[in-house]
Design a protein around this ligand. Structure first.
Ligand code: NAP
Length: 307
């Protein structure tokens, strides 16, 4: 059964893409929304993303699906505000890039008459705000749900059907496992990109000319990732602390091993390592999660990174 009324709290990249994808799917769904600042609310209204309200409480009134699309650190406040206004039988989900911390922040505020089914679309770009969304963002991307053990299977199935209609592929995962997997595939890679761009920026001479003029694919990709929203990513690291620290520890060990291989001119180690990593790239392409086109098919295609 399709949702009659979807409320989007937060109106940035993910929420605006959901709105476009709902329309593209031809769902006859009322869409309401709220963002923190008047500027974003006005922009969202102008773009026709839905009926925009000055408060989250008004936006969720009567909705049978509420999607929290705010930075992870804002989830608790939003949940506290909307809780008294949620319709009985409504499903509340979120799109936060971290799952255990969001569950801990949101679940205690919600009344027993709603279903809370946390989620995370593995789809994104480095852009943010109401104008950054597009209908195809979720096409063929995974949308992970991390339901709590007591969740109603019918409510889960309904949400799965909804995200599938937006173009995504749906799967379920334990929240802690999700956080570890995403630390490896997204969070630590973003931190490494931030670090590399920061290092280049420290070498002022380089920043002024060479880095920009001679920006090779590797560094250019880092700068794109490092342009991602600072609030969102601050919240990701503060809320996925154990998993990111665990993976960073392993990363540092591997980096030292490679550093040693360079110093001792152990070409075999370097070659074996790079052969193994190349095979991983191949399997991502075979799984349909990226393109084999040179330069990531950059010319003409939307660029993607996932939080
Ligand atoms: P975004 O484009 O920066 O939008 C965030 C939205 O949240 C804005 O509309 C902002 O309103 C609103 N907001 C912030 N604090 C708020 C508050 N206290 N009350 C109400 N609204 C508030 O962010 P996004 O990329 O869509 O990310 C949203 C969520 O999706 C995050 O939890 C993120 O972890 C997750 N996610 C992101 C990606 C990605 O790659 N970007 C991928 C998957 C999941 P104002 O504009 O008025 O400040």
């Amino acid at each position: 059964m399709r949702y009659r009324h979807v409320a989007l709290i937060g109106l940035g990249l993910i929420a605006s893409s959901i709105s476009h994808a709902i329309r593209r799917a031809g769902m006859e769904t009322r869409i309401t929304g709220h963002a923190r600042t008047e500027k974003s609310r006005e922009e969202a209204a102008r773009l026709g993303l839905g009926e925009i309200f000055p408060t989250a409480a008004e936006a969720v009134e009567g909705a049978d699906l509420v999607i929290l699309c705010v930075p992870v650190g804002a989830m608790a406040d939003v949940a506290r505000e909307i809780a008294p206004h949620l319709a009985p039988g409504a499903t509340v989900t979120d799109v936060g890039s971290v799952k255990q911390a969001v569950i801990d922040a949101v679940a205690p505020h919600l009344p027993p008459h709603v279903e809370f089914i946390p989620g995370h679309p593995i789809a994104g770009t480095e852009h943010s705000g109401p104008a950054s969304g597009f209908a195809a963002l979720f096409d063929n991307r995974w949308w992970l749900l991390t339901p709590l053990p007591e969740a109603d299977p019918r409510a889960i199935a309904r949400l799965e059907a909804f995200v599938t209609a937006l173009g995504a592929r749906c799967d379920q995962m334990e929240p802690a496992h999700h956080d570890l997997v995403l630390a490896v595939t997204s969070h630590v890679p973003h931190l490494i990109a931030y670090t590399m761009v920061g290092v280049a920026d420290d070498l002022k001479r380089v920043t002024e000319s060479e880095v920009i003029n001679y920006s090779a694919a590797g560094f250019r990709d880092f700068t794109r990732i490092a342009a991602s929203d600072p609030t969102m990513w601050r919240d990701v690291f503060l809320n996925n602390k154990p998993a990111t620290l665990e993976i960073l520890g392993r990363f540092t060990e591997e980096l030292f091993a490679l550093q040693r291989a360079i110093r001792t001119e152990d070409g075999q180690h370097l070659h074996d390592y790079f052969t193994r990593t190349r095979a991983i790239r191949r399997s991502i392409i075979e799984a349909g999660q990226d393109t084999a086109k040179p330069d990531f098919g950059r010319v003409g295609d939307a660029e993607r990174s996932a939080g």
